[in-house]
Design a protein around this ligand. Structure first.
Ligand code: MTE
Length: 318
C-alpha cells in the first residue's frame, strides 16, 4: 500500500519484532510495571492508566457470526499491523503506545438531528457490547480471523438520527503529529479518513470495535475505537476514530487521496478483480502462512450483496 516509500507488502517477515522482544515486553507488564512503564521503556513515552471500561470485557459472544477457519493467535495479529500514523512497517506496536486514549472524545455531527460529543467511556457504556468473530482481509493479500468486541455501527447511527439528506458517514482518526510521527509526513492526506454510505453503516455487519481477544483494544489495533467492515478491504476499517460526520458528499478517503487508481471508495473484496499490481485471488493467513482462496465479499455476501445490486457504473471492488 505504500506509495512514496518502501512497499509495505515487500517487508520481509524477518523484520517483524522478534517474538522474544514482544514477550519480554509482556513480562514487564505482567511483572507489575504496568503498561505505562513498559511502553515508556519501549518508546520513551508514558501512557495513561488502565482502561476504565475494562470491567465490560469479555462481552457475551454473538453466535450468529461464525468462522470457516481458526482464530488468529494474538501473538501474530498483535504485532503485525498497519497504522501509518506510527510508521510504515508492520511493527508499530511499541510506537503506538505513545497515543494517550484517555480522555477521548468522539464528535458526532454534520447532518444529524442529534449532534453529540461523547467521552469514550460514556459511549461504550451506552452501547450494547458484544463479541463477534470476523475475518479481516487486507488489500495487501494477508488475512486474519479475530474476536472483536464492540457494538453495531447502526446503534450509533440511531443515536445520531441522520437527516434524510445525509448519504455518507465519514469517520476520521485523531490528528496529533507530536505523538504520531507519521503525521509529520506532509504528503499523506491526514487525518486518516474513511467513509461508508448510510445504508452500509446500517448493515448488521458494520461494527465499531472497542475490544479484541476479550479485553479493551490495545493501541496497535486502533484504540479506543475502530471500524470493522469485514466485507471490504482492511484499509476501510479506520482506527482511533474521534470524529463521525454525516454528509451528502462522498468523502475523499485517505488511500483514495494518495492513489485513486488503486484504492477506491467502495473497496469490496473480490478475488476476481486484481489490484493493479498483484492478484487478489488468494490470501496469506497470519500465523500459519497458509495460502487460502479469497472469497467474494470476503465470504459475507449473504449480508451485503444486496447493498450493491442497483449500483451501476461504480467501481465496487477496490
Ligand atoms: N487506520 C488508521 N488510522 N491508519 C492506518 O494506517 N490502516 C488500515 C486500517 N485502518 C490504517 C487504519 C489498514 S491498511 C488495515 S489492513 C487495517 O487497519 C489493519 O488493522 P490491524 O492492524 O488491526 O490488523
Amino acid at each position: 500500500m505504500l506509495i512514496k516509500a518502501r512497499k509495505g507488502w515487500e517487508i520481509p517477515e524477518s523484520e517483524a519484532t522478534p517474538e522474544a522482544v514482544f514477550l519480554d515486553r509482556r513480562r514487564l507488564i505482567a511483572g507489575g510495571l504496568g503498561i505505562a512503564g513498559a511502553a515508556a521503556i519501549g518508546t520513551g513515552h508514558a501512557r495513561a492508566a488502565a482502561d476504565p471500561t475494562a470491567d465490560l470485557y469479555p462481552a457475551k459472544r454473538n453466535g450468529s457470526y461464525t468462522l470457516d477457519r481458526p482464530l488468529t493467535e494474538e501473538k501474530f495479529s498483535a504485532d503485525y499491523n498497519n497504522y501509518y500514523e506510527f510508521g510504515t512497517s508492520k511493527t508499530i506496536t511499541a510506537a503506538s503506545q505513545a497515543l494517550n486514549t484517555r480522555p477521548w472524545t468522539v464528535k458526532i455531527g454534520g447532518l444529524v438531528e442529534q449532534p453529540l460529543e461523547l467521552g469514550i467511556d460514556d459511549l461504550v457504556r451506552k452501547m450494547p457490547l458484544e463479541e463477534r468473530l470476523y475475518r479481516h482481509r487486507c488489500v495487501e493479500a494477508w488475512s486474519m480471523a479475530v474476536p472483536w468486541t464492540g457494538f453495531p455501527l447502526k446503534a450509533l447511527v440511531e443515536l445520531a438520527r441522520p437527516k434524510p439528506e445525509a448519504r455518507y458517514v465519514v469517520m476520521q482518526t485523531f490528528r496529533n503529529p507530536s505523538v504520531a510521527p507519521g503525521q509529520k509526513q506532509f504528503w499523506y492526506p491526514w487525518p486518516y479518513t474513511e467513509g461508508l454510505t448510510v445504508e452500509e453503516a446500517r448493515n448488521d455487519l458494520a461494527f465499531l470495535a472497542t475490544g479484541i481477544y476479550g479485553k479493551p483494544l490495545p493501541n496497535q489495533f486502533g484504540a479506543p475505537i475502530r471500524l470493522a467492515v469485514p466485507w471490504k478491504y482492511g484499509f476501510k476499517s479506520v482506527k482511533a476514530i474521534d470524529s463521525i460526520t454525516f454528509a451528502t458528499e462522498r468523502p475523499k478517503t485517505f488511500w483514495e487521496g494518495l492513489q485513486a487508481s488503486e484504492y477506491g471508495f467502495w473497496a469490496n473484496v473480490n478475488p476476481e478483480v486484481p489490484h493493479p499490481r498483484w492478484s487478489q485471488a488468494s490470501e496469506r493467513v497470519l500465523g500459519t502462512n497458509e495460502q487460502k482462496p479469497t472469497l467474494l465479499f470476503n465470504g459475507y455476501g449473504e449480508y451485503v450483496a444486496d447493498l450493491y445490486k442497483d449500483l451501476k457504473g461504480e467501481r465496487l471492488w477496490a
